[in-house]
Design a protein around this ligand. Structure first.
Ligand code: UGA
Length: 474
């Protein structure tokens, strides 16, 4: 640690209110920077993308996240939050540096691409001239923090001034502000008491609100994150596996899920059947976890994650099957209205979005697919230029042979089946997210189908069975 103790430090070399930098200003980093500034910290947001930094500095959030633009405007007013592309400035400014850069899936592999994380750590390490804690928030394979510690020691001209810690982030897109300011828990993966004290000082207002904190070694902290995301993915694929069984038995997965959810030990959250999970986290995290476990010789322990992934992908194909069934057995030339593009509502994120995957599979079967999403249109157009896009909901469903709900935006859930019925060519809908009122659609004359649910509601079938029995005995 530093030999000279600046006056602002307490007897443990810990500033009462550390100055924070946040490196990487994507969904995670931008939210973290804004949230920490709103809690009273001096924060410097850092990114290599000048355009992104300019937009943030001008008060514009470069992606859709409810509540974030308002909070950004508020904290920019206070002067506590600034943005830069300069690592020199970041190293000079910060006591605690949060690394929030992406760890996408490596092309042609299931492993995580760690080049951005490595670069962020080394760029800072090269420039450190005062005591600093470098805290990883990015989701990484277990063992990365230890390796980065070695890299930082080799790279930094002042290795005795730098320490590493890991502090995984659990925020959900769409609820990022709320999750950052009021997390379920904090996890501090640390190598010394000093690191723990620095992190406690950096999260003081959140800890003061009685947020549970788990202090652990760095490996455990890294694992907590992938274990949590794997559990969530497994829960979703579990109920979707039950949907597959329901499909061959005629049972109803929606009723099954509600009955399971009443058991507190199981719980109803993340037990929503349908098209399955996507996004920039769950799919790539389970793959990277399985890959890392295999590297470590523990592949068998998480081999089930391959099945979780396979179940999830089968749901996409099955959704196309249902649309094809409703279209009369062939998608060629049929007009299909695809409602939704984002990987989930309240987000414009289309990374590994099930919605766009399904839309593109239908296009590949020569359907004329028209997509509409309230927020993700620009991102979708860039990534899937081959699809057709409607300017609004009404134009999307106009003259459609089949409508398919792929992302359960509130706007789509609230739509009136009677009014929609006037616009479409045929009243046929696939509810890929179990988000619509099946009875209301059927009452308005729609043919309604959902994954894992019988083509006809149980009551109708019971009445028809009874009729059959009467005529058989007559
Ligand atoms: C996920 C985790 O929930 C966060 O805790 C974590 O911090 C984040 O990844 C991350 O690693 O950064 P997020 O990707 O924002 O958050 O989205 P989720 O709300 O978890 O939804 C993931 C996917 O699962 C969506 O496509 C959603 O539609 C689907 N899902 C969710 C279901 O199909 N069924 C459910 O019951 C719940």
């Amino acid at each position: 640690m530093s030999t000279t103790i600046p006056t602002a430090l307490d007897e443990n070399n810990v500033p009462a209110k550390p100055r924070l930098t946040v490196v990487g200003t994507g969904y995670l980093g931008a939210t973290h920077a804004v949230a920490m500034a709103s809690l009273g910290y001096e924060v410097l947001g850092v990114d290599i993308d000048q355009a992104k930094i300019d937009r943030l500095a001008a008060g514009e959030v470069p992606f859709f996240e409810p509540g974030l633009p308002e909070l950004l405007a508020e904290v920019l007013e206070t002067g506590r939050l600034r943005f830069t592309t300069s690592f020199d400035e970041a190293a000079e400014f910060g006591d605690v540096h949060f690394i929030c850069v992406g760890t996408p899936q490596l092309e042609g592999s299931h492993a995580a691409n760690l080049e951005y994380v490595e670069s962020a750590f080394t760029e800072l390490a090269k420039r450190i001239t005062k005591p600093a804690l470098l805290v990883g928030k990015s989701t990484v394979p277990v063992g990365t923090a230890e390796r980065l510690t070695d890299i930082v020691c080799l790279t930094s001209p002042n290795p005795e001034l730098v320490e590493l810690a890991w502090n995984p982030e659990f925020l959900r897109e769409g609820y990022a502000v709320q999750d950052t300011l009021h997390p379920d828990r904090l996890v501090f993966g640390v190598q010394s008491e000093w690191s723990e004290e620095m992190l406690r000082a950096a999260f003081e207002p959140i800890l003061a609100a009685d947020t549970p904190v788990v202090v652990a070694d760095m490996k455990t902290a890294e694992l907590v994150k992938v274990a949590a995301n794997s559990f969530l993915a497994t829960k979703i694929s579990y109920i979707n596996a039950m949907a597959e069984v329901c499909e061959v038995t005629g049972a109803d997965v929606n009723l099954l899920a509600s009955a399971l959810g009443y058991d507190d030990r199981i719980g109803s959250r993340f037990l929503k059947p349908g098209l399955g999970f996507g996004g920039g986290c769950l799919p790539k995290d389970i793959r990277a976890f399985a890959h890392r476990a295999e590297e470590l010789g523990a592949g068998q322990a998480v081999a089930f994650l391959h099945e979780v992934d396979a179940i999830n992908n089968r749901r996409r194909r099955r959704t196309v099957d249902l649309v094809r069934e409703l279209a009369g057995g062939d998608l060629k030339g049929k007009r299909i209205a695809a409602l939704g593009a984002a990987f989930k509502p309240n987000s414009d994120d289309i990374r590994d979005a099930p919605a766009l995957d399904v839309a593109d599979m239908m296009r590949a079967e020569s359907a004329s697919v028209v997509v509409f999403d309230p927020e993700a249109m620009d991102n979708a157009r860039r990534a899937y230029p081959q699809l057709e896009y409607a300017p609004n909901f009404a134009e999307c469903i106009r003259d459609a042979d089949v409508v398919v709900l792929l992302t359960e935006w509130q706007k789509f859930r609230d739509a009136d089946p009677e009014m929609m019925g006037v616009l479409v060519a045929r009243r046929a809908i696939v509810d890929g997210r179990h988000a619509l009122d099946a009875d209301a659609y059927r009452a308005a004359g729609w043919e309604y189908r959902a994954l894992g649910r019988p083509a006809q509601p149980a009551t109708v079938r019971l009445v028809e069975d009874a009729k059959d029995q009467v005529s058989a005995t007559a």
